[in-house]
Design a binder for this molecule. Structure first.
Ligand code: GLU
Length: 506
């Protein structure tokens, strides 16, 4: 049985989901799972001017890739549906009417031109214009607080454009509570009378959000810090409707890696990292933005990294599976201050996850890359290659650079290393080595090592004199895993061929 804990992720489909949004979804998911609750996805698409058609699918695909599925949402367990606000349009007006009746809201007929000129007038007098208790009934603004009922009705009947505004109570100190920030007090006189509903029949974010959280029985609202200024209004709306308010938790901002302020797409472009989970193509401009998935990040590493952007377990442990995150996550350990994003730390997480993945899993990811290069090799051969190089890789895409010599004879040699290590006497020595190799029977890594090192010892020369040129011959540069593993893998014939090539070319 599920508990009463119900949380929601409520993105507006205005474009691709920023990693800050994914983190909000993740914390909601973790909180829901930890408390055996329900994670709801609600699409807040009341602002038709900012609506982007492919954004909703993008959001769903991103949650899928991150493996943090929602329990209820568009097309899934629609118990409290529909979950797209545009499909719930009809129900909001009644609630706005209720607030009009109870005096918590009023009609305002001021045109935007009128409001602009009020604003300018105020500015000319060195004041700022706020639509609130100071001037809502001073006679200059046109609203149902100053008009008679008949006048209001007449305006509505003639189809005058209107908005419904919230009548913020005056002279009150609101005491609000946030699960992360503690107690917050706000003087209602500093608030403006926000628009709740417009004559185009659409509610604003504030009204729709509150009504839906109530109707969907949301117990905890976990969302980004940018919504903290809306908390006083939201809390007053609950009071106005006579509803119990959910608990609120406002997550800290994700900050730029360098400098001050919120992490933006521009930071990613400038410093070379994605700010979106998946690649995104802008329908209109055709612009493509990078994604973590396409950049080669493992979803679990990405999630682990995100979890730590604003939360920590209070221990030294940094690597957490999703299941462990569910067990350990606690809103009490979410910080109030912004979390600096670090592209290097993100890579570090990927590297850590790389090491913990099985060779078989990584081989499955490497095989298609080899196929693209038209390299066909035995599965077990590739498996061994992967096992020998993965500790040096951050991404699967690094595998080829780290291992091409297992599949292809080097065609060039690092000139610096060649100059330093291929001396006048080297070619003679390498020819001798070829005859030694020809006589090795058991071509295992251990045995070739024993035979070749034995021969070097009897020759009474330094190991480097043979080992470095040998590595250069086989790999093309002084890099790569244990040399005798390479020798055993490529086999006797290929080893000899490569040494001969080097003698010829160096
Ligand atoms: N639709 C809002 C957004 O785009 C939701 C804010 C909230 O969670 O209340 O982030």
């Amino acid at each position: 049985m599920k508990s009463d804990v119900r949380v929601r992720f409520a993105p507006s489909p205005t474009g691709p989901l920023h990693i800050g949004g994914v983190r909000t979804a993740l914390y909601n998911y973790l909180f829901a799972k930890k408390h055996n609750g329900t994670f709801v996805l609600r699409i807040e698409d009341t602002d038709q001017t900012r609506y982007v058609a492919n954004a909703e699918q993008y959001i769903i695909d991103a949650l899928d890739w991150c493996a943090i599925p929602f329990d209820e949402g568009p097309g899934k367990n629609e118990k409290f549906g529909p979950y797209r606000q545009s499909e719930r349009k009809e129900l909001y007006k009644n609630y706005a009417d209720t607030l009009l009746k109870t005096g918590w809201a009023y009609y305002a007929f001021d045109s935007s031109d009128d409001l602009t000129s009020y604003r300018q007038q105020h500015e000319a007098e060195g004041k700022t214009f706020v639509y609130n208790w100071q001037n809502r009934a001073d006679g200059t603004l046109v609203n149902s607080l100053v008009l008679s009922e008949e006048e209001v009705q007449a305006k509505l009947n003639t189809g005058d454009k209107y908005v419904i505004r919230f009548k913020t109570p005056q002279d009150e100190i609101l005491k609000l509570e946030d699960e992360i920030r503690g107690n917050i007090t706000i003087d209602t006189n500093t608030l403006d009378d926000k628009i709740l509903f417009k004559s185009d029949g659409m509610p604003t974010y504030h009204l729709a959000n509150i009504i839906d959280d109530h109707l969907m029985k949301i117990s905890h609202v976990i969302r980004g810090e940018e919504w903290l200024p809306s908390l006083p209004l939201h809390s007053l709306l609950y009071r106005a409707f006579g509803w119990n308010s959910p608990k609120f938790a406002h997550l800290p901002l994700i900050l730029k890696p360098v400098g001050k302020g919120k992490l933006s797409k521009r930071d990613g472009d400038k410093l070379g990292f994605p700010v979106f989970p998946l690649e995104y193509t802008n329908d209109v401009t055709g612009d493509v933005s990078r994604g973590y998935k396409e950049d080669g990040y493992f979803a679990d590493a990405f999630i682990n990294m995100l979890a730590f952007l604003g939360w920590n377990p209070g221990t030294e442990q940094e690597i957490f599976s999703l299941e462990e995150l569910v067990q350990t996550f606690d809103l009490k350990r979410v910080s109030k201050s912004g979390a600096k994003f670090s592209p290097d730390k993100t890579k570090w997480f990927n590297q850590q996850y790389m090491q913990s993945k099985s060779d078989a899993e990584l081989t499955d990811l490497f095989l298609p890359l080899l196929a693209k290069k038209e390299i066909v090799k035995d599965y077990n051969f590739v498996l061994k290659v992967v096992s020998s190089i993965k500790e040096r890789a951050i991404f699967v895409a690094d595998f080829w650079n780290l291992s091409s010599f297992f599949f292809e004879t080097p065609t060039s040699y690092d000139p610096k290393a060649a100059k330093k290590n291929w001396k006048e006497t080297t070619s003679e020595l390498m020819k001798e080595l070829i005859s030694v190799i020809e006589n090795i029977g058991n071509f295992s890594s251990e045995n070739t090592e024993k035979e070749i090192k034995g021969w070097i010892t009897t020759k009474e020369i330094g190991f480097g004199k043979v080992m470095q040129p040998l590595r250069l011959s086989l790999v093309g540069k002084l890099a790569g895993p244990h040399l005798f593993d390479i020798i055993a893998m490529i086999g006797k014939e290929e080893t000899i061929k490569r040494i001969e090539n080097a003698i010829e070319n160096l």
